[in-house]
Design a protein around this ligand. Structure first.
Ligand code: G3P
Ligand code: CA
Length: 310
């Protein structure tokens, strides 16, 4: 009897130990990759349907809603600082003009990146948006830390030399990679591969943009040529992307034309690539894509998407 109890307690102990080991074995980075198997709500430039894009107000709101990822684009200033900004020029969303990387951080910080929103969206205008300062990546990380995940696009790599090196340095400084806090996305395969050379653990998303070919508008092509068009894409093409990326981010419409379908999504998934679609703002479209089985949506209205998915 005693031997039986001893054996039982040993095996229970072993079982508890094994369970603890199994739990300990899932690192935060592995957990992040597992989470990509479920639907992800991605707040495109923050809650940019309700507040000026890429500002702290837009990120605060999206974070409050509990989105899975804050999406952001990064560019580099003339003095080598990383700022959160989409366009290559500053006139659309600030009171300045010219190329963003012709300016120092101090010069960019003097701009107002909020008032344009109030003027263009009087229904959502808020005096608090006036005078919003351009954000650095550091400031965003300091504000939200490991309390969210970040979906970071290396924007226009040819115009932003040194972007990847600066990005990986900031990610490492804030322990973002091993804590499963970031995805790095780009339309430029070369930029993604450079990130991997600097740190092979960074999970990457290959962005694609399908549009009609200029030579033959009945044929769809991919902007940078990273894959063939959706009608011609093969398992081998998806597998080539899966060699370095953990997912694919694609448009679904070009102007009024739908450019991908359910079979594209299924084929990508069967080749190990979850599919995230940009940028989907209407509830009806969100529902349609969820029915198609997409793995996540980029949206300016994460509140609408959360209502559908929670
Ligand atoms: O990053 C996904 C989507 O944001 C790509 O388009 O132009 O909004 O950066 P864009
Ligand atoms: Ca983007």
């Amino acid at each position: 009897m005693q031997r039986h109890l001893l054996a039982t307690s040993i095996s229970l102990g072993l079982f508890a130990g094994a369970t603890t080991a199994a739990l300990a074995e899932t690192s935060p980075l592995e957990q992040q990759l597992k989470d990509l198997q479920s639907f992800q709500v991605i707040a495109h430039r923050g809650a940019s349907g309700h507040a000026p894009e890429s500002t702290m107000s837009a990120y605060e709101l999206a974070h409050e809603w509990g989105v899975d990822y804050l999406e952001l684009d990064i560019q580099i200033t003339s003095d080598g600082e990383l700022v959160v900004f989409h366009d290559d020029t500053i006139e659309r969303t600030s009171d300045g003009e010219g190329a963003i990387n012709d300016y120092t951080l101090e010069e960019l910080k003097a701009l107002d990146t909020g008032t344009w929103f109030n003027e263009e969206h009087p229904d959502s205008a808020d005096p608090a948006f006036e005078g919003a300062q351009m954000l650095t990546l550091d400031e965003l990380f300091e504000r939200f830390g490991h309390d969210t995940r970040y979906y970071i696009e290396t924007k226009s790599p040819q115009l932003n030399p040194g972007l990847e090196e600066a990005l990986v340095a900031v990610l490492e400084e804030h322990d973002m990679i091993e804590n499963g806090r970031v995805l790095v996305q780009s339309f430029e395969q070369e930029s993604l591969l450079k990130v991997h050379e600097l740190n092979a653990d960074v999970p990457l998303i290959q962005l694609v943009w399908y549009h009609p070919s200029e030579e033959d508008n009945t044929r769809l092509v991919e902007w940078t040529g990273v894959t063939p068009g959706p009608e011609e894409i093969t398992d081998a093409d998806f597998q080539a992307v899966a060699e370095y990326a953990v997912g694919i981010g694609t448009n679904y419409m070009y102007e009024q034309q739908v450019v991908i379908d359910e079979s594209f999504i299924r084929q990508a998934q069967e080749n190990g690539l979850p599919v995230h679609i940009y940028t989907v703002n209407e509830a009806e479209e969100m529902e349609r894509l969820i029915e198609w089985g997409v793995d996540g949506l980029f949206t300016d209205y994460a509140d609408r998407l959360l209502e559908l998915t929670e």
